[in-house]
Design a protein around this ligand. Structure first.
Ligand SMILES: Nc1ncnc2c1ncn2[C@@H]1O[C@H](COP(=O)(O)OP(=O)(O)O)[C@@H](O)[C@H]1O
Ligand SMILES: [Mg+2]
Length: 267
């Protein structure tokens, strides 16, 4: 194991390389301008769809889940993607999260054209840049809150000590530190979702993607979760939230509507 220094004009980040994780090094050689999230006051484009669409083939027929879309997602903003069921919201979010690939067009994450990445580089980018929060909270039930939050850090190869420290910091941020030893089933829906948010942000991602994060929550828990997400955006992350719930509009800087696979800007 050794420490690598990556210099990027105004700041330097320390990157820990493990012997068996050399793809990270290759990644930085290929994309020297790519860096981890850092607090910043100026906004930048984190993710971009450039004429990206998604078409599924089923036998002779095709389903256009999402028509060609141009979209910029910027740091510091809460972007709400709203539309009825089946309109293409999850498809749009999955493209931004590099979970699926566009049929045509390009997905660009922090100036990196994702079509130019191999599988390992893509996995690295996802793990280090993007956090996901889902409607179905999908915490790992035999793990305590803190162990759930530490899980992505273990995947990154961080030590137990470091993982625990960062997991506790993330739980503090969503005011769930006191419940760190609870199992998911001992928590309310809202509390579980806040643990899921802590898990999504523990890797310090620049982009937080949330698919109907408040769908199973009562109004009070919803407000709490949205306040947390708002705060994370204020810290300079980009937060994208997919929903069919118009009540969330009050928390957003920008709202775009998806209807029948077509994106239209609302405000
Ligand atoms: N893997 C897939 N295969 C075929 N059709 C799909 C697939 N994923 C989504 N679709 C279709 O694309 C459309 C948009 O789906 P989705 O993005 O999940 O909508 P939403 O999240 O707004 O409910 C729907 O008609 C859906 O049936
Ligand atoms: Mg959906």
């Amino acid at each position: 194991m050794f420490l690598g220094l990556v210099n990027h004009s105004s700041y330097i980040i320390l990157v820990e390389f493990k012997k068996n994780n050399l793809p990270w090094l290759n990644f930085f050689q290929k994309f020297p301008f790519f860096t981890a999230h850092h607090a910043t006051t100026h906004t930048m484009i984190v993710a971009q769809l450039r004429g990206a669409n998604k078409i599924y083939k089923a036998g002779d027929s095709t389903i256009t889940a999402l028509d060609k879309t141009d979209l910029d997602v910027r740091t510091g903003e809460v972007l709400l993607i709203i539309g009825p069921s089946g309109s293409g919201k999850t498809t749009l979010l999955s493209l931004l999260g590099c979970v699926i690939y566009p049929t045509e067009g390009e997905v660009v994450i922090k100036d990196v054209k994702t079509s130019e990445l191999n599988d390992k580089e893509m996995a690295w980018l996802r793990l280090n840049t993007i956090g996901f929060v889902f409607q179905s909270i999908n915490l790992i039930s035999p793990l305590r809150a803190q162990e759930n939050v530490a899980f992505p850090l273990k995947l990154m190869g961080k030590s137990h000590r470091e993982s625990t420290r960062l997991a506790q910091d993330a739980l503090r941020m969503v005011e769930m530190y006191d419940k760190r030893r609870s199992f998911p089933r001992q928590l309310s829906g809202g509390q579980q979702q806040r643990v899921a948010i802590a898990r999504a942000l523990v890797t310090n991602p620049s982009l937080l993607l949330c698919d109907e994060p408040t769908a199973s929550l009562d109004v009070k828990s919803m407000a709490k979760v949205m306040d947390e997400l708002r705060m994370l955006a204020n810290e300079g992350r980009a937060v994208v939230i997919v929903t069919h719930d118009h009540r969330l509009e009050q928390y957003a800087d920008r709202v775009i509507n998806v209807e029948n696979g077509q994106v239209e800007k609302v405000r």
